[in-house]
Design a binder for this molecule. Structure first.
Ligand code: IPD
Ligand code: CA
Ligand code: CA
Length: 265
């Protein structure tokens, strides 16, 4: 199996780098920007073209594989049977539009619901994180060192300030307490990059109350191979078909945060 996963990773890596080059090219010219669910939920023609690029590559080369992407190039997926590619063509579209840095392409390959390949490509910083199940996690082909599990008071958490000011969710008080107790918070604006940063020991945890499978499918494989955990905020398994909350974390810190900050609120 591992050989098959490694060959899928090699192909996915070629495509992710090619897609990154196309995105960099696209940045040289003006592009259309639209809003989706609300005025701050941005999408561009580059998001759509990048998703179409992956969809066509996958369908040409692996006609029996399934595809799940953010921008609706393929029809909605009902099950995770077989081999499924879960793609976020640009994770961090707001950064892409406003800053032209700190966005990524995220690809997760799942077999019968199990993550076997994960890639997160920070396009402008030239950082490609990849993992193959049972083969470890790498940054630009160099193995990442073992993560260190730190106490809350020594931890840096990836947390968007929105989750601290919006108090209509049950975790609100716990998250405010957590932000007070930790060493510091950061928000990079790309869930996939923040998950990769936990796997690379640059962050100790990343927390979000609302994400979609394409935001975390690639990062979840990186985290598993790094010996970290990615679950819902209540500790339940992530769904690759439905939206929900997510905590990506070092293992002991995960137990502490879920028990002392999230379950109690
Ligand atoms: C978004 C980014 C952002 C997170 C949002 C996501 P998108 O993805 O990951 O960091 O806070 O919840 O929707 O829309 O740029 O692909
Ligand atoms: Ca996303
Ligand atoms: Ca996206």
């Amino acid at each position: 199996m591992t050989e098959r996963w490694m060959s899928l990773e090699r192909v996915a890596r070629l495509w992710i780098v090619e897609a990154g080059d196309l995105i960099k090219e696209a940045l040289k010219n003006p592009f259309d920007i639209d809003s989706k669910s609300d005025p701050d939920d941005l999408v561009t023609e580059v998001d759509r073209n990048t998703e179409a690029f992956f969809y066509h590559k996958i369908k040409e080369n692996f006609p029996d594989h399934q595809f799940l992407g953010e921008e609706g190039v393929a029809k909605e997926l009902q099950s995770l049977k077989g081999t499924v590619w879960i793609v976020d063509p640009i994770d961090g579209t707001m950064n892409f539009v406003h800053q032209q840095v700190n966005f990524s392409i995220s690809v997760g390959i799942y077999e019968e619901g199990k993550g076997v390949v994960g890639l997160v490509y920070d396009v402008m910083n030239g950082e490609l994180f990849h993992a193959v199940r049972d083969r470890g996690v790498f940054l630009n082909d160099r193995p990442l060192k073992q993560v260190t599990d730190r106490s809350i008071s020594e931890s840096i958490l990836g947390l968007n300030a929105n989750w601290l000011v919006e108090d209509h969710h049950q975790e609100h008080e716990g998250l405010v307490r957590l932000a007070q107790d930790c060493r510091g918070t950061r928000s990079y604006g790309s869930a996939a990059i923040e998950m990769a940063y936990v796997a690379a020991d640059r962050l100790d945890a990343y927390i979000s109350l609302r994400l979609s499978p394409w935001d975390y499918a690639g990062g979840a494989v990186l985290l598993e191979e790094a010996g970290c955990k990615a679950t819902r905020l209540d500790g339940e398994e992530l769904s690759m078909l439905e939206k929900g909350s997510m905590i990506a974390c070092k293992p002991e810190l995960h137990t502490t945060i879920v028990a002392d900050y999230l379950e109690k609120g």
